[in-house]
Design a binder for this molecule. Structure first.
Ligand SMILES: [Zn+2]
Length: 308
């Protein structure tokens, strides 16, 4: 059984302003590192066209139309203080959703061991009715609901190790006990949410990390909080919101992880997927803004996924 890797050239055409950290070169750095012969066995597939109707699994129609109306015909339109859209951003965002949903199909069909999706724009900051933090739609949230509607998954867990709290995912599932949301993130940091006291209906587990902490604090959070929550929830599918901006080289935060930590955390989640989810594990790229830190971290993450 192989690890599938989805990406698509359209993801390079979501253009952000010069100097913006969430840039097409991030995906080029990932493609380059995965070109190594160590990844020859990766099952590369082009992301399929997404189904716009599935956006409604996590966002109301009126909001979807508002985002559509913000897409410019030329140039770059500002969506919020740090979120922008270019002419191809709609197609990129919908294709990102298509890739995530296809990854869910793949693991439920059992054709592949697990899947990594390298797409942009990212998704975890997008709330039900707000695009923000470089994100237009919440791809992970849509994929979780897609698994429930199309594959009769009863319980889906989203584990988010991006260094920023996934306020959007938390917002969407705040009162939905069928989805577990677990997050490690730096606090204080953008977007400001993610306190331990934010628990939804008992389905939200936030594990904030203090600035300048690293491997030890991250692994402690997994061992003491996230993995027990997963064992208790026994999900039918685990989705990783895989941001790599907690890497020590990242310019947007002050958490000092190394690629070994992502290797370790991936292994822990694979073990839980084996225990509860018939190995169903889908990983979706979120942040990660230092190109070398991102590339090495993705290599460690995908290398671990491929070990089955
Ligand atoms: Zn982030």
């Amino acid at each position: 059984m192989v690890t599938r890797f989805y990406t698509h050239p359209i993801f390079l055409e979501h253009i952000t302003p010069p100097g913006h950290p969430e840039r097409p070169d991030r995906l080029r750095a990932i493609e380059r590192v995965l070109d190594d012969e160590a990844f020859a066995a990766l099952d590369r597939a082009e992301a399929p066209e997404g189904d716009e109707a599935t956006i409604l699994y996590a966002h109301p129609q009126e909001f979807v139309e508002r985002v559509r109306a913000m897409i410019p015909e030329t140039g770059i339109a500002r969506v919020d203080a740090d979120t922008t859209a270019s002419p191809k951003s709609w197609q990129a965002a919908v294709t990102a959703i298509g890739a995530a949903n296809a990854a869910v199909d793949d693991v439920f069909r059992g054709d592949v061991a697990n899947v990594f999706v390298a797409a942009r724009p990212p998704g975890h900051h997008a709330e039900k009715t707000t695009s923000m933090g470089f994100c237009l739609f919440n791809t992970a949230a849509i994929a979780a609901r897609y698994a429930q509607r199309q594959h009769q998954a009863e319980r889906v867990a989203i584990v988010d190790w991006d260094v920023h709290h996934g306020n959007g995912t938390q917002d969407i599932f705040w009162d939905d006990p069928s989805v577990l949301y677990c997050s490690t993130h730096q606090m204080p940091l953008y977007p400001g949410t993610g306190a331990v006291s934010e628990t939804g209906v008992g389905n939200i587990f936030n594990a904030p990390l203090a600035p300048q902490t690293g491997s030890q604090a991250f692994r402690d959070a997994f061992l003491s909080r996230i993995l027990p929550a997963l064992d208790n929830f026994a999900p039918d599918l685990i989705i990783i919101s895989a941001g790599f901006d907690a890497h020590h080289r990242d310019p947007l935060a002050e958490i000092n992880l190394t690629e070994d930590d992502f290797d370790w955390a991936t292994g822990q989640l694979m073990q839980r997927a084996g225990r509860h989810s018939d190995n169903r594990l889908v990983s979706l790229l979120e942040g990660g803004y230092d190109l070398q830190g991102l590339a090495f971290s993705v290599a460690a993450h995908v290398g671990r996924l491929m070990k089955g």
